[in-house]
Design a protein. Structure first.
Length: 145
């Protein structure tokens, strides 16, 4: 008995096999894309913090004093990228042992990476650390006076 092969197409088994293979590939590659997204968020926040350092230098050069808030830094020309949250901006006045400096902590709202600097103590270096289970500025609050 000869079957009529006039209709072309895929069998149900072939379609299910392709679907399973694509699902496996997606489940294997998903963590890599998530890690890349986390690194991109951290890089954007690091760039914003470096730009704050430049804006603070501009502010000090024009105003001959250190900014007292992040709003004064923004008035000197700094604007955060769309997603960067400034968690803390603490200006520290000069003492007889050390000149003026500031501490800044920033993060992306969906990221577990927090970026921080203490300028000029760290000579412009920007550092980061990972927090597990907390995203953005969760858990940061300015010190009470």
């Amino acid at each position: 008995m000869v079957r009529n092969r006039g209709t072309a197409g895929f069998t149900l088994i072939e379609l299910l096999l392709v679907t399973v293979i694509l699902g496996l590939l997606a489940s294997i590659s998903a963590p890599y894309f998530a890690a890349a997204r986390e690194k991109a968020w951290a890089a954007a926040v690091m760039s914003d913090v470096r730009n704050v350092i430049t804006s603070v230098e501009t502010f000090v050069a024009t105003e001959d004093r250190w900014p007292s808030s992040i709003e004064e830094v923004e008035s000197a020309g700094w604007t955060a990228s769309a997603e960067t949250e400034v968690c803390l901006f603490i200006p520290v006045p000069a003492t007889r042992y050390r000149g003026d400096y500031f501490i800044m902590v920033a993060a992306h709202p969906a990221s577990e990476t927090v970026v921080w600097t203490a300028y000029p103590i760290l000579d412009g270096r920007v550092n980061s650390f990972q927090r597990s289970g907390q995203r953005g500025c969760e858990g940061f609050s300015p010190p009470s006076s």
